[in-house]
Design a binder for this molecule. Sequence first.
Ligand code: TRP
Length: 435
Amino acid sequence: MTSLRVLTGITTTGTPHLGNYVGAIRPAVAASLKSGTESFYFLADYHALIKCEDPLRIQRSTLEIAASWLAAGLDPQRVFFYRQSDIPEIPELTWLLACVTGKGLLNRAHAYKASVDKNTAAGTEPDTDVTAGLFMYPVLMAADILMFKSHKIPVGRDQIQHIEMARDMASSFNHLYGEHFVLPEAAIEESVATLPGLDGRKMSKSYDNTIPLFAPREQLRRLIAGIVTDSRAPGEPKDTEGSALFQLYQAFASAEETSALRQAYADGIAWGDAKQVLFERIDREVAPMRARYEALVADPAGMETLLLAGAAKARQLATPFMAELRQAVGLRRLNAVAASGTPATAGRSASPPAFKQYREKDGQFYFKLVDAKGRLLLQSAGFASPRDAGKAIARLQDEGETALAALAGQLAPVEGVLPEDLSMALQALKDAGNA
Ligand code: TRP
């Protein structure tokens, strides 16, 4: 039985904070200990280049993130733990995937669209300050994921679209060149808390309200003392609801400890005392890891060796797989041509586009038209019954382009598809039907 492969990347632009620990590191380390799972955790330093132009920061962050994960208990013997830029097969695969990815698909990526919207709102050119790196980000991420045939990708909600795009790229490639890739799925951990930061908003670098995971003990105490609270005096009962302090405590404490603090709130514990309780509780969990972290950070050469060993282990999978993919697309030794005969997929790219019917969660019936490369050409609105959807499809097949106008209300436009591409596709369908 093949085991479940779980993979996630961490962009190397910052210093891990308590929110990263509770939201990503701690659950990932726990998951890596489950049997029947193979875990891949990597330092996404190529991704870091997209948003950070400070070389020292990238280098430092790589060391700090690697040290944090190891200090938190990740066992590099048990998992695949590597630095993205040590795997040359990843940028190589990025290119192969770029060649089966519609530009229109990337136009729809949230991160890119957000930049375009910002520029449009500011009245500047849509692509001002948008690098090709940002635009290609989903392709690089798909290469990370598809390279290791990963099944589950634990990510935050903001990354779901990227996983869907990786699936799209995998299906396009598989369709053209045979079944090489596993289709990945996003795994969203509903039960994992998002931590509030010092000011009560979500703990995040962009709000500058974080508590570094391995802040020295005295700094941790000072930072916790600065968490916002309301102005209730000692002796006055306090609300746990909406209390950042309480939520932080809950993320570290047992159920019993949490209910004891809830009682203390009701009994009017002074904020200063509550902060002391929180500080001691967090420090109790973090202190042993902090000692390991400090030792790891103090030995960059040791870390370098460890990461290179991780890369060698990952490349035992990546190198043969990349060779298989090169072979599949035709990047072949010339003297091997005769041996492998006709490509298995010859003529496939000339196959006509196809309709796909499906039912959505809303209970309605939909169809879409995709070309041989898996690119979406036409998308229907919802139909009450599969029969209605089928009728619309039949009409498009028989009448081709002329049916478009008649069905206008039942079709949703697809961004990035040129009218001539659509009419060619419909013509090809009609021809196939008449043949
Ligand atoms: N883009 C992800 C983030 O910003 C990091 C990342 C890079 C990643 N490659 C990945 C996550 C592959 C999961 C799988 O959070």
